[in-house]
Design a protein around this ligand. Structure first.
Ligand code: OAD
Length: 238
């Protein structure tokens, strides 16, 4: 069904979970993964986004994420990021929980105070010896970039295929307790994120999808076939 504010039925008791994907940053100029011209057209996932790829050629993997990190300097949050930050500010983090699959920092720069970056963050690297040694990082990582705490080798703080995304217990808890679930700019093919909609639905939540490619997304209660940066500023979600 198309957007209908009355059917959406937001009340003072409502709690929203929002999941974003690469489409939310597309209008900022960051390529998505699977659209035409996307990142996975020019790079083999197994080479640059798996633990095996890192073991085989760490320099290639480190350089791939160096490039992605460098791209962040030339992009800015777009109206989608800004609208979501404003919504969270209005409702508070308890009632507006933001999960992103994106590894850029555009939600944070737009002013979202709580962002669960389930696939990691480009602007962090972590120790290969102790996964709790995670540091903020700008610039170019090399094999000589050592852990400041224990001098071990470091890796990008990114969840690769075959690894478990961050904070899954917290995510499941929020999904089970939400009344409204919105997923924006994701092709919904990568699990576990692709399954969040169904978990929220089985908790009784209303489901809204925003994606300009309406054909490629699974069915939802509400579907807005528009770009996120155009749809979100015009919507009254709460
Ligand atoms: P995809 O590249 O798979 O999908 C991007 C989605 O964004 C598509 O459904 C597009 O139709 C949609 N889109 C494009 N432009 C848009 C716009 N302006 N507004 C709204 N939507 C738009 O990206 P993700 O679904 O985020 O994981 O990919 C999920 C995961 O796969 C990524 O986090 C990454 C990747 O492999 C890891 O690397 C672990």
């Amino acid at each position: 069904m198309n957007w209908n504010e009355q059917e959406w039925h937001w009340t003072n008791e409502s709690r929203m979970v929002i999941l974003t994907g690469a489409g939310v940053s597309a209008e900022s100029g960051i390529a998505t993964f699977r659209d035409s011209g996307g990142l996975w057209e020019n790079h083999r996932v197994q080479d640059v986004a798996t633990p095996e790829g890192f073991i085989q050629d760490p320099n290639l993997v480190i350089e791939f994420y160096n490039q992605r990190r460098a791209e962040l300097a030339g992009v800015n949050p777009n109206p989608a990021h800004l609208s979501l930050a404003a919504l969270q500010k209005k409702l508070g983090e308890e009632r507006c929980f933001l999960i992103t699959q994106n590894i850029d920092d555009l939600h944070q720069r737009a002013g979202s105070s709580q962002v669960l970056a389930m696939h990691g963050e480009l602007k962090k690297i972590r120790c290969l010896n102790n996964k709790n040694h995670v540091i903020d990082f700008e610039g170019k990582q090399t094999r000589d970039t050592l852990c400041p705490e224990c001098s071990s080798l470091m890796r990008p703080h990114i969840v690769w295929f075959g690894e478990t995304p961050f904070e899954m217990d917290l995510i499941f808890e929020r999904l089970r307790n939400c009344t409204h679930f919105i997923y924006i700019g994701t092709s919904s093919v990568v699990y576990p994120a692709a399954g969040f909609r169904d978990i929220a639905r089985s908790s009784g939540a209303k489901i809204l999808c925003i994606n300009p490619d309406g054909s490629g997304v699974p069915s939802s209660d509400f579907l807005i076939v528009e770009k996120a940066g155009e749809a979100l500023p015009a919507l009254k979600l709460a």
